[in-house]
Design a protein. Structure first.
Length: 133
């Protein structure tokens, strides 16, 4: 399953969700903050605790993920593609194929929300997050 993911500047996630509800009639299905992560997670510490690290919404029938980022955000360049798959083997295969001639941002491994996850910027400059459902 392919899901576009939007990054917004830190502290503006709730504002963005409200804006998309107003503009598009978006339905917000879930919101996960850093404080929801296990205490030993990098997401639960410091400024990350209040950050929206994952949310899911539907805009005009399309499922979208939204999170806050402290990365330098360049307007117009804030979309990532999330690939969800049912098996670890499929995630691993996709990740390894994407990783060729690409920049690996997060090596493939477990995360608190999924058994396996990795993040890449491919050779064309697109950002991909690959994970198990």
């Amino acid at each position: 399953m392919l899901i576009p993911a939007i990054s917004v500047p830190d502290g503006r996630g709730a504002e963005a969700l409200d804006f998309y509800k107003e503009v598009f009639g978006a339905t917000v299905h879930s919101v996960v903050h850093g404080s929801d992560a296990p205490p030993d997670s990098e997401y639960a510490a410091g400024d990350s605790a209040g950050r929206i690290i994952h949310s899911e919404l539907t805009i005009r029938g399309v499922r979208i993920n939204l999170s806050e980022s402290d990365d330098d955000i360049i307007p117009g360049n804030m979309v990532t593609f999330n690939i969800f798959s049912d098996t670890v083997d499929d995630v691993t295969e996709i990740f390894n194929k994407l990783a060729k001639s690409s920049v690996v941002l997060t090596p493939l491994g477990p995360q608190f929300w999924t058994p396996i996850y990795g993040e890449i910027i491919d050779r064309f400059g697109l950002r991909w997050q690959v994970m198990q459902n």
